[in-house]
Design a protein around this ligand. Sequence first.
Ligand code: GLA
Length: 761
Amino acid sequence: MNIQFDEKNRVFKLDTEHTSYVMAVVDNEGFLGHVYYGAKISDTDVAYLLRTDENPMVPSKNNRDRSSFLDTFPMEYPGNGVGDYRESVIAVLDKNGHSAVQFFYRSHQIFDGKKKIPGLPASFAKETECQTLEIVTEDPVLGLEAVLVYTVFAGSDVITRSVRVTNHEAETIALTKVMSASFDMDAEDYEMLTLHGSWARERQIEQRPVGYGKQSVSSVRGESSHQEHPFVALVSKDATEDQGKVYGVHFVYSGNFLAQVEKNQFDTLRVMMGIHPQDFCWELKQNETFYAPETVLVFSGNGLGGMTRNLHDFYRSHMIRSPYKNKKRPILINNWEATYFDFNEEKILTIAKKAKEAGVELFVLDDGWFGARNDDYRGLGDWYVNLEKLPDGISGLSKKVEELGLKFGLWVELEMVNKDSDLYRAHPDWIISAPNRFESHARHQNVLDFSRNEVVDYIYEMIAKVIRESSISYIKWDMNRYMSEPYSKGSAPCEQGKVMHKYILGVYDLYTRLTTEFPHILFESCASGGARFDPAMLYFAPQTWCSDDTDASERTKIQYGTSYVYPIVSMGSHVSAVPNHQMHRITPIETRANVAYFGTFGYELDLNLLSDAEIETVKKQIAFMKEHRELIQMDGDFYRLLSPFEGNETAWMVVSSDKTQAVAAFYQRLNKVNASWLRLKLDGLDANTKYEVSCDMAPVTSYDAKIAEAYGHKTEEDSVKTYQAYGDELMSAGIPIDREELNKKGGDFASLLYTLKKVDE
Ligand code: GLA
């Protein structure tokens, strides 16, 4: 039993393999308090841990001075306006115009498995893999019920939470805030770790002390956003990759969010996650229910690496849906950076043919194939092929690409419209825009009003027709601007507080319809790179284009930060041309691949423009990925070794679950002269296993033969360095990194790739 209810002490105890989460019901009214979350404890008789005293100023016992009790009690789902002055998780506007709400325990049920959340993506598991606790709480004054839902995924050390709120009264009530999860804990020495960024600079890492008052990250852009991420972790000050306490809170939602930590006068922390209350107002008529999205909670006593591997395991097993859950991802080529809008069928087929010869498996046709889309001023919304560019249509092109021996994929941006489009001319009221205000555009486009069913229906029919008529194996679903002037012309003034959430429900609805009708299609989500990389998207689209920045060195940062919470199999990562289109930087083609291997892997350039030597390198890269794809994407555990946020070097590795194989990579930014020795210390290996370590020491393809001669470097291709070492040596003493090797690997932006295999002794 992973969920226990100790009736005598009225204690709920939720256990994963290494963690416990404990709540207790106190007083006759039935306050639900948060007792403990952290490393596993064995006893259920722990209600004594619950702080029920009033604050020290008041010389009285619990219940005599209710407001001081409420202001200190660690509340599991804190209400509003009744004496707890910390942030509430829920607020209402009742018939009297009052915002107060307060929930009390009424009943509960425990069952195997997990229910779906209507309209929302959420984690899933077989009945044998998880257990759920539903705690029914009630505000007797309002006749409002909140069911707090907890599911325990014991194997992944994850507990998910969500909430559903039902109005049982005849009077309509408006919910003005419904957060999905909150828990109160002792402050100790935690710091707050968040992921921030911008376009082409997603998921950088920030760690800051938790000060008194409220600190939060959020989005009100209508997307989970480049800027801040729906994730917050509390980490002990001494936490590293391998040790220290880490509490991670991650939101399964793609729209506006608020992740907040509040430190109060008694040094307790209130941690919460949910839909951002700004502009949110959801009216509930009698017997209507509002479903708040799911939050993922994870605790690791083994530092950030432990949190990461728990989340990777959880998302790979319980969020990414089949049939791609257990499938290696196709090695693709995408024409965006190769052609931008300037292509025709011949050009596309030339790129595809060369890619096939190199071993690529999937060709992806990016933006520009539809309507009058010859630049980004026009065409969005017109999902029918541009016959001037592609005279045989997508249907003809997809068949020709398949005849070359490649699968065919297509880019779409279904939530958007250009004003210069047939769709906008026919339906000018279908965009999100407020009466009498300027209709802001970004990248010359406006947001279609997906809060309206008729808009979603229309787009569904248009794109489903293209897919039905063609042979499509993959879709890149893009979304290239955030929302402004959030207002729907399809909703009454009093319903406008629903628009932002209904928009996202519309997106999920379209995803559901398309993934249901076309279950064989692999979806990759994208939002100007990684503005909508979130767990909810993973439910529909098993991979996400990580960033529009394809520079290998920048990518070490972006992918390093992203790896905190997302499995590397979900990170879209490509080798692109040099000079890089975003950074104007030249990096060796080997380094570009060494970074892209730790993701879905693909190319985003015209291989016809490479030299013969580079093409040979590309063929070897593709062969390498095919050989190691199962380990990297499906089976392996990811370990971060050196952080690009702390120095010139980055390193990470993947170790097979049986610890018999591994792939490790080391990257440097700028080269150093006469520098100190470096030993790269590995992680995750079996200490007593002997491994054969191999590293290809051939100079990079771009290495100048004259320099090689001057320095006496051999340029032959098969100079693989191999030696044997035990796991403990490799983890404690490390792999010596030779400066000469880095020079041969290109100097600046050099990288080394190691493969490890168990030696049978
Ligand atoms: C976005 C994506 C890119 C590309 C372009 C096409 O920026 O992130 O990968 O698809 O749109 O317009």
